[in-house]
Design a binder for this molecule. Structure first.
Ligand SMILES: Cc1cc2nc3c(=O)[nH]c(=O)nc-3n(C[C@H](O)[C@H](O)[C@H](O)COP(=O)(O)O)c2cc1C
Length: 355
């Protein structure tokens, strides 16, 4: 079985959530014996269809454009048994790059008009490949894909073998959802195997692919903090990641989230400790973290028996958290106070730092 998989995300490999999902699908398809070629559309030159109908008249079956679609992708698309259309959801549908590719498949149709199942249609010049539609979205509600799904079902009709939709996709790489991410990606790979072996994805696998990943409130809270931090630093999300920046908490709640996200379970090993933070200044309040067996739990308020207490002006500690200030230096300068096990303070950077 030959598969051609188009990824229309403009984002680079590793950053693109479409890419992360597609990689898993392709892995599964290959394991099941399919020959899969992945095409990143951002690296291809595909002109917009200009509606000249040269492909229906002067050069039947051949587009007037001389670009990567005519020279390479259209012939490969025709040869494939399955085409995977993997697109980020933009304005509740496929993005423009994917739409441009689809429009450029027009030469596979003949111009004549017939009636099929009661509606207008064109005779086929070539049989198109069966279709798999994969999409990812920022928002967490599965209904964001309703329009795309309606379109895919209308256009591909019986040729549509599977739809894989992943809402809340921007949360996939978040450390606290590691188990969920692994389960989703394993299910996507299984879905790839099932498509090759049985021509569809089972309901059970689909349930795992679409399982919830974080709720809207925690997504909104984290996303808003992230965007505020990008604006504050004057960087794009990609630059933010490249510079290894940390979103700057603006409340005790968001501090609890960031600390939980930054927690490194491997480095914590079997450490058992309770760390309390008490803030003053612009943001006031306390919270504490219970670390046990490689897990961390963030709790509101003061702890009953903390092993370490850090008392600091909120802004000062946020400078330490985001790497704007050196924690040890600030300690020497008595910019914050501590009591309890100072070894925990020394280990703080190791326990909450990412490489
Ligand atoms: C122009 C644009 C439009 C978007 N429209 C939507 C949308 O309608 N609904 C949604 O949930 N996410 C929307 N998003 C967010 C993307 O779907 C989301 O970030 C996705 O994970 C991007 O996939 P990628 O990383 O593969 O590029 C939009 C993003 C952009 C840049």
């Amino acid at each position: 079985m030959k598969v051609i998989a188009f990824n229309s995300s403009p984002r680079a490999e590793g950053v693109s959530k479409t890419g992360i999902m597609l990689d898993a699908l392709v892995e599964g398809m290959r394991e099941a014996g399919a020959e899969v070629e992945v095409v990143a559309l951002r690296k291809k030159k595909i002109n917009n269809c200009i509606g000249c109908y040269t492909c229906w008249t002067k050069t039947p079956g051949v587009c007037v454009h001389k670009d990567d679609m005519t020279a390479e992708l259209f012939p490969k698309w025709l040869e494939a048994d399955i085409a995977v259309y993997a697109t980020p959801l933009y304005y509740y549908t496929m993005n423009a790059a994917m739409k441009a590719l689809l429009e450029r498949t027009l030469p596979f149709l003949e111009p004549f008009i017939t009636r099929v199942e009661g509606r207008a249609s064109h005779p086929l010049r070539h049989n198109p490949p069966k279709a798999v539609v994969l999409s990812v979205a920022g928002f967490t509600d599965p209904s964001v894909f309703d329009q795309l799904s309606g379109y895919a079902n209308f256009v591909f009709r019986n040729g549509l073998v599977a739809e894989i939709y992943r809402p809340g996709a921007e949360m996939l790489p978040w450390p606290q959802y590691g188990d969920t991410r692994r389960s989703i990606l394993q299910a996507v790979a299984l879905g790839g195997r099932e498509i090759v072996q049985s021509g569809k994805i089972s309901a059970e696998t689909m349930e795992r692919i679409t399982q919830p990943i974080g709720d809207l409130d925690s997504f909104a809270q984290m996303a808003n903090l992230f965007w505020k931090s990008c604006i504050r630093e004057g960087v794009t999300p990609e630059e933010f990641a490249k510079k290894n920046l940390v979103p700057r908490p603006d409340s005790v709640q968001t501090f609890m989230m960031i600390m939980s996200q930054g927690f490194n379970p491997e480095r914590a090993g079997n450490l058992k400790a309770v760390m309390q933070f008490t803030f003053s200044g612009g943001v006031e309040g306390s919270c504490h973290f219970v670390i046990d067996g490689g897990k961390i739990e963030a709790r509101d308020g003061a702890a009953a028996a903390p092993d370490l207490i850090v008392e600091s002006a909120f802004d000062t500690w946020m400078d330490v958290v985001t790497g704007k200030a050196d924690g040890q230096q600030m300690f020497m300068e008595q910019k914050y106070k501590t009591s309890g096990d100072l070894m925990l303070l020394v280990r703080m950077k190791e326990l909450f730092g990412k490489d």
